[in-house]
Design a protein around this ligand. Sequence first.
Ligand code: THU
Length: 161
Amino acid sequence: MKKEQLHIEYDLYNDISELSGEDAALVQAARDVTAKAYAPYSNFLVGAFAKLANGETISGTNQENASFPVGICAERVLLSAASVLHTNVPIDTLAVSYHNLNGESNKPVSPCGMCRQALREYEDRTKQPIRLILSGMEGKIIILERSTMLLPLSFGGDDMK
Ligand code: THU
């Protein structure tokens, strides 16, 4: 037996002013698109905005439902839209932000477990890492070079071969 270790590395910025112009624009777009979330039950509005490898951009917001499990996160709305509108085009960078109508929105939150798995599948499928930028409406921002860093020891199609 031997001990193994996994570690993840990310960049932490104090606020949007420290980002490059291109990253700042993506964060601002993710913040803006939170206004289009349909989240009447949680009042937690999530916005996702991505730049694709073909230069196009795409957005997603969370879509809730009175039957709670039917709801879907902003990230997976975006991935589904990208899959249809820009089939097989890799996602270069995905910015995720949120506006908590019941509280603060000043620190980054990261994608839920189901979205991490969906992001992993998208990376596998398009054979390119998805760079993630996580933020709230203000405050600190996290940048990860690939979304799969959030899902160590994950399960994928290769495991079924
Ligand atoms: N939500 C997202 O859209 N993305 C996340 O990364 C975390 C959670 C949504 C799901 C639900 O509509 C609301 O936020 C509260 O969990």
